[in-house]
Design a protein around this ligand. Structure first.
Ligand code: TNX
Length: 535
């Protein structure tokens, strides 16, 4: 009897070790966003002291990517991981130099090959490979363990061309290091556009050399009255470069003609004196009319507006009849376009509640021409679709389905950021410490369970440029605040934008996001532990 008990105990131990040694399958490692196709094979590849990286193909981009991969592997494993053009067990094979974002990742027992016709494809293949390792690979400290990836083949490409996020650096300013930290985390999710909301009523955050008071005065505060801040053009160039190395294009936004109190506080000569921060829309509109009449009758002396540190919206407007307004815009668009390599310039255009409709139309149409004259394509919040859009310009849907439809009818594409699904500043539920809830409470499953191509009547896949998740920062002060609202929802939005609808599945996402959670945890990312997930 004793013998039998012993044998039984031993077999349990053996079974347990066997289970432990049994490698995960490539389709269970938790790749985020889910690739288009994953075919697991038996066996695994092990990184050890003899592992090296071989690059095949040319260019600065490829050498950046190989260093990026080598650095991550070195940090975690402590191995040397040399990079060369001659030989290596991890091969980065850049076959041509197109814009191709698709890639193949083949993991065999002796060799790993990532191939693509574009450098961005190689970069995404690297992101996928890193996620195929144990989560500890993401720890900043080396750990002593085996570093294995299960064998198999992944063939992958994104569903949408534009996969983005937005940071509102106006309501609360965020320094260059904070933005870079955000870029790092975006890149891991294969996001490729970062929209910077650089100006709003509360603050102007980008140096404009020909209008220095925009930052001197307009950048001097923020929501709650803190000291604010701004990027010098050098800072901005630095961010643009850091992002582009990680295949992220910066989209600068200068919000106008509303959301412009910081401009009007900086240059009194631009202020028609009709911005009144309080009052509901109707009373504000009446005041506008009164003020306009007064302006016409008298030679009113223009005075700077007061700086604004509250969180109301819709009370300010540029003077659309004033030539100096367009001089300012031309200078701003010119200076900012010259340091923005990406194709887009975001002109805002939202919530101009105190701009008369005809003035708004005249203004947006004229500003689109200015942007075009500086070689850029305009994006604007969905309200701009109530004007005549230039071909190729993009309306960013956030609230009004009718506006998205107006853009589509004009033959223009829509960028999908429905506030009820994609707004990262919305609270998870009524107990969330920070955030707003005017559009919805957005739990993780809600952020995941929607289809951009089936969200708005009349807007289908071909009308959609992509998906963007904005973070408005009225209530976001620290890095912890930001991380808490952004993660894990940004991963959900990244998958909405990357993975074809027919492949997406909440149960699968739920399992993979728990693994992603470990990767974040190892770096002290303050993500929200949604009760919908078994973390
Ligand atoms: C609406 S969305 C705004 C922003 C606010 C945001 C808060 C949009 C185009 N305008 O000015 O920050 O709500 O959720």
């Amino acid at each position: 009897m004793k013998k039998f008990k012993l044998a039984f105990a031993m077999s349990i131990v053996l079974l347990a070790t066997a289970c432990q040694n049994q490698k995960e399958s490539l389709d269970a490692v938790g790749i985020m966003p889910l690739p288009a196709s994953v075919v697991p094979a038996s066996g695994s590849f092990q990184v050890n002291e003899s592992t090296s990286i071989q690059i095949s193909g040319d260019g600065e981009e490829l050498s950046f990517i190989s260093d990026y991969l080598a650095q991550k592997l070195r940090n975690a494993t402590g191995f040397a991981i040399p990079v060369s053009g001659d030989a290596g067990s991890i091969v980065l094979d850049l076959r041509s130099n197109s814009e191709d974002e698709s890639y193949e990742l083949e993991i065999g027992e002796e060799k790993i090959v990532i191939s693509s016709n574009g450098a961005s494809g190689i970069f995404y293949g690297v992101q996928t490979l890193l996620q195929a390792f144990p989560a500890e690979l993401f720890s900043p400290n080396p750990s002593n363990q085996t570093w294995e990836v299960p064998a198999g083949k992944i063939v992958d490409k994104p569903e949408y061309a534009y996969r983005g996020s937005m940071l509102d650096v106006s309501r609360h300013f965020m320094g260059v290091e904070e933005v870079k930290h955000y870029i790092d985390l975006m890149a891991e999710l294969k996001l490729n556009y970062l929209h910077l909301h650089l100006t709003d009523d509360q603050g102007w955050r980008i140096e404009i050399k020909s209008w220095p008071k925009l930052t001197e005065i307009g950048g001097s505060t923020q929501v709650g009255g803190g000291e604010g801040g701004y990027y010098t053009q050098e800072d901005y160039v630095n961010i643009v470069k850091y992002a582009s190395q990680r295949f992220i294009t910066i989209v600068p936004e200068v919000d106008m003609p509303g959301h412009t109190n910081a401009i009007l506080a900086s240059y009194g000569e631009l202020n028609s004196g009709i911005n009144l921060p309080d009052g509901d829309t109707e009373t504000v509109t009446k005041s506008v009319e009164k003020a306009e009449e007064a302006l016409k009758k008298s030679n009113i002396i223009r005075e700077p507006a007061e700086l604004y540190t509250g969180i109301e919206v819709g009370f300010s407007t540029l003077d659309t009849d004033l030539e100096l307004t367009y001089q300012l815009i031309d200078d701003v668009v010119r200076e900012l376009s010259a340091i923005t390599p990406g194709p887009y310039f975001h002109i805002g255009g939202d919530e101009s509640h105190v701009t008369k409709k005809d003035d708004y139309i005249y203004f947006i149409e004229r500003v689109q021409e200015i942007v075009k004259s500086h070689g850029k394509t305009s994006i604007g919040w969905d309200e701009i679709a109530t004007t005549t859009l230039l071909p190729g310009n993009v309306a960013q849907f956030w609230a009004m389905a009718d506006n998205a439809k107006l853009a589509q009818e004009q033959g223009n594409q829509v960028l999908m950021s429905p506030a009820k699904k994609a707004y990262l500043d919305m609270q998870y539920d009524s107990t969330t410490r920070i955030g707003l809830h005017w559009a919805a409470y957005i739990e993780l499953d809600s952020a995941y369970l929607w289809d951009p191509a089936n969200y708005t009547e009349g807007i289908s896949k071909k009308d959609i440029l992509g998906v963007e998740a904005p973070l408005w920062t009225e209530t976001v002060v620290t890095r912890d605040d930001l991380e808490y609202l952004v993660f894990p929802r940004l991963a959900a939005i990244a998958e909405v934008a990357w993975t074809p609808m027919e492949k997406r599945n909440w149960e699968s996402f739920k399992k993979r996001i728990a693994i992603q959670g470990k990767r974040w945890e190892l770096r002290d990312i303050n993500f929200y532990k949604s009760p919908k997930v078994d973390w």
